[in-house]
Design a protein around this ligand. Structure first.
Ligand code: IPM
Ligand code: MG
Length: 368
């Protein structure tokens, strides 16, 4: 059988730096575990704009559609802030999500024991936290029409449209319930049914899917603003949270910060199964391109490494190796290896991006 294929789109800023460490792990998987990937690389975001005048070429889009999984670093940077909206780096990422139909975005927020002191919340509130936000990723206000900036009388009006069809809500609800069954069988759905019709429909459809196909999963509903409050107050009350594109964007950043460092968190964006049974999939760290530290060897590669672990689990049925990578990361952190973003007030000497990657490789070797 042919090797599974990966397309690496390292992107902008620290993207290529953190992806270099993932490549070490891909190499390790081949050398030490006999799992070989066919890896190709291409451009997305600002670097694609620089080379081709667009943040994602049709050729790259076609490659992304053809591979088993896409690994993405990060897109964007101040250099591109003044570009026309239609060619901004972020448009490349949004095009990938939309055209690959990656409707289910899994964003785990997990607090590593070694880092519980890094949270802005009290240690007892976050220690042991392990929740997943399932964010709808291909619809809602990010894509709804009409949209634009229009002239109305003698002033301008900015318009975006929150729009959800039943089937869009049902499929992301299903993926949240399926995930919950593999975890603690608990889903909380968040919307604003008190003020938005799309929220009323969201709540109804999630409940219908539940009652019809997942009555064994405990389902609750919460207004998203209360959800934000509850995430700060006592995040451990949650297991799987399912929510729309925009609320999911905001709530997942918040959940990420609860754990101490945005630099630690991976994500998986999953679509429908392909002919080979694997889901369409893109994996990326939750953090951005961090232009302030680009090129200094300071970036934390762990979020990107853990994103690759998610690829092993969700695209390649290599759950055991995924756990091996996650445990290696845990071990390295427990040993006190720290990139600059993880330095506490007690100080010490941070390791570089490459040294962190090497430490993970050493921990992987020790796991054999
Ligand atoms: C994210 C980011 C993106 C989003 C941007 C970069 C388009 O914030 O993945 O959370 O808003 O979805
Ligand atoms: Mg975001």
């Amino acid at each position: 059988m042919a090797n599974p294929s990966l397309l690496i789109l390292a992107g902008d800023g620290i993207g290529p730096e953190v992806m270099a460490e993932v490549k070490k792990i891909i190499g390790w998987m081949g050398a030490k575990r006999g799992v070989h990937f066919d890896v190709s690389e291409d451009l997305v975001g600002g670097c694609a704009y620089d080379a081709h005048g667009t943040p994602l070429t049709d050729a790259t889009m076609a490659k992304a559609q053809a591979v088993d999984a896409v690994l993405l670093g990060a897109v964007g940077g101040p250099k591109y802030d003044s570009l026309d909206f239609s060619v901004k780096p972020e448009r490349g990422l949004l095009r990938l999500r939309k055209e690959m139909d990656l409707f289910s975005n899994l964003r785990p927020a997990q607090c590593f024991d070694a880092l519980a002191d890094f949270s802005s919340l009290k240690k007892e509130v976050v220690a042991g936290l392990d929740i997943v936000i399932v964010r709808e990723l291909t619809s809602g206000v990010y894509f709804g029409e009409p949209r634009g900036i229009f002239k109305e009388g003698n002033e301008r009006v900015g318009i975006n449209t929150q729009r959800y069809t039943e089937s869009e809500i049902a499929r992301v609800a299903r993926s949240a319930f399926e995930l919950a069954r593999k975890r603690n069988n608990k889903v909380c759905s968040m919307e604003k049914a008190n003020v938005m019709e799309s929220g009323i429909l969201w709540r109804e459809v999630v409940q219908e899917v539940h009652d019809r196909d997942y009555p064994d999963v405990a389902l609750t509903h919460m207004y998203a603003d209360n959800g934000a409050m509850q995430l700060c107050r006592w995040p451990k009350q949650f297991d799987v949270i399912v929510t729309d594109n925009l609320f999911g964007d905001v709530l997942s950043d918040m959940a990420a910060m609860l754990t101490g460092s945005l630099g630690m968190l991976p994500s998986a964006s999953l679509g429908l199964p392909m002919a080979n049974g694997r889901p369409k999939a893109l994996y990326e760290p939750v953090h951005g391109s961090a232009p302030d530290i680009t090129g200094q060897g300071k970036a934390n590669p762990i979020a990107c490494i853990l994103s690759f672990a998610m690829a092993l689990r969700y695209s390649f049925d290599l759950g055991e190796d995924a756990t091996r990578v996650e445990k290696a990361v845990e071990k390295v952190l427990a040993d006190g290896v720290r990139t600059a973003d993880l330095m506490g007030p007690e100080g010490g000497t941070p390791v570089s991006t490459a040294q962190m990657g090497d430490a993970v490789i050493a921990a992987l070797d020790a796991s054999l």
